[in-house]
Design a protein around this ligand. Structure first.
Ligand SMILES: Cc1cc2nc3c(=O)[nH]c(=O)nc-3n(C[C@H](O)[C@H](O)[C@H](O)COP(=O)(O)OP(=O)(O)OC[C@H]3O[C@@H](n4cnc5c(N)ncnc54)[C@H](O)[C@@H]3O)c2cc1C
Length: 390
């Protein structure tokens, strides 16, 4: 597909983050926005996400992003006219040691200060909420009934459709192959469909954000890590709906998916650049072993389908929302790890404010590049990032 030769704003990547930014920019009146996508809208990590939306985070900024996301998902149908399958069944973090319990207690205190109705519950109470839960090794759980899930692809497509109505142009099946700065005033974005020049380019390339920044000679600490999801057949022996239950000890999580069960064993393999993301079926055994430990009834489940996707991680597992250092006019909204889908609504709004008003209405400095004092060290450190739990 051929691209226009110039645009006011060029967004690289039509995932949840790129589409939300496009929508929020257009809604604020920004004209001449072009989104370039190498595959199809939403085809990257967004379509692989489990759809989890939780306010149970450990930092103020992430809690505030989540609260804004939850509000946006609650009024999504009204605002964008699309049913995104949003349900608030709750999230439960299973805690199996005292140190983790203390940490989660602190997190809950912070969440409560922001109005999140999370609380630490006893193992017995946890089993009332998830009746088939094995609790013999538990010291308690962190529970929030406000948490839930929606369908990431529907959210992404709805943002794209609405953005399109507001004048944004989406160019799919068009790979960005290179970028160069022209005298600091503009950036030329080379694509397989021709070059496009813009004073403002946004890197929203998800797990591929590192290679995209490298096109301008800048290394950024974003690394993809593979995660699998397995979904069972209809499974009536399992109690439905079971909320999302995360075993903090093993990294395993599961929840009802209709009358079946969606589950994940956690991250797989080393931090790496995957060209494509094949399913490693040997991980099914790991998922089932960890699953049976927490829900013995899963022994009788039959897995129907599986997929794998990439979580774009940073060394501290927080996103980066900032101007790219050393290059004029290139902005990054990258490194969202396991929460890029749920944080896309807030990201879109704040990035639009930053670009149109000169600053966002919320202090996003904790998500700046500057927190990595030495980016080259951060790039090296990214090799040892811990597995996230979402
Ligand atoms: C198994 C799994 C489960 C997850 N579960 C959750 C969850 O429950 N909740 C949650 O919030 N998050 C979850 N995530 C994380 C979430 O999927 C990501 O954080 C989020 O989708 C990132 O969105 P994005 O728009 O930044 O990236 P993407 O959706 O990957 O979009 C980036 C786009 O950029 C395009 N692109 C890349 N390079 C180029 C190029 N050179 N030229 C043109 N286009 C390019 C890609 O094709 C892609 O479409 C999960 C992830 C995985 C893998």
């Amino acid at each position: 597909m051929s691209v226009a030769r110039a645009a006011e704003v060029v967004i690289v990547g039509a995932g949840a983050v790129g589409c939300s930014i496009a929508y929020h920019l257009a809604k604020r009146g920004q004209r001449d926005v072009v989104v370039i996508e190498r595959a199809a809208i939403g085809a990257g990590s967004t379509s692989k996400a489990a759809g989890g939306i939780r306010a149970q985070f450990a930092t103020e900024l992430e809690i505030r992003f989540s609260l804004e996301g939850i509000e946006a998902f609650q009024r999504f149908h009204e605002e964008l006219g699309v049913d995104i399958g949003y349900v608030q069944d709750g999230y439960m973090f299973v805690l199996t040691d005292e140190r983790t319990l203390v940490k989660f207690r602190k997190n809950v205190e912070l969440q409560n200060r922001w109005g999140v109705p999370s609380r630490i519950i006893s193992s017995e109470e946890a089993r009332e909420l998830a009746p088939q839960l094995e609790i013999d090794d538990m010291v308690g759980a962190s529970w929030c009934p406000m948490d839930g899930h929606a369908t990431p692809n529907d959210v992404c497509m709805a943002y794209a459709a609405q953005a399109r109505k507001l004048g944004v142009r989406f160019v799919e099946e068009t790979v960005v192959t290179g970028m160069r700065s022209v005298g600091g005033r503009a950036t030329v974005v080379d694509t397989i469909g021709g070059a496009i020049t813009s004073p403002c380019v946004i890197n929203a390339a998800g797990p591929n954000a590192g290679p995209v920044a490298r096109m301008l000679g800048v290394e950024i600490p974003v690394y993809p890590k593979r995660r699998h999801i397995f979904v069972t057949d209809r499974f009536d022996e399992f109690h439905h709906p079971t909320p999302l239950v995360i075993d903090t000890g093993s990294g395993f999580y599961c929840r009802s998916e209709g009358q079946g069960v969606l589950m994940s064993p956690g991250d797989a393999g080393d931090v790496t650049d995957y060209a494509d993301v094949p399913v490693d079926w040997t991980l099914l055994e790991e998922a089932v072993d960890k699953g049976i430990r927490r829900f013995p009834v899963l022994e009788h489940a039959r897995v129907r389908s599986a997929w794998a996707g990439l979580r774009p991680l940073t060394p501290d597992q927080h996103a980066i929302i900032d101007w790219l250092p050393g290059v004029e006019g290139v902005f990054c909204a990258v490194g969202f790890g396991g929460h890029g889908f749920q944080h896309a609504p807030a990201t879109g709004r704040y990035v639009a404010e930053w670009l149109l008003d000169g600053h966002p209405s919320l202090d996003l400095s904790p998500l700046s590049f500057a927190r990595f004092q030495d980016v080259s060290t951060a790039v090296a450190d990214a090799g040892s990032v811990l597995s996230g739990v979402d």
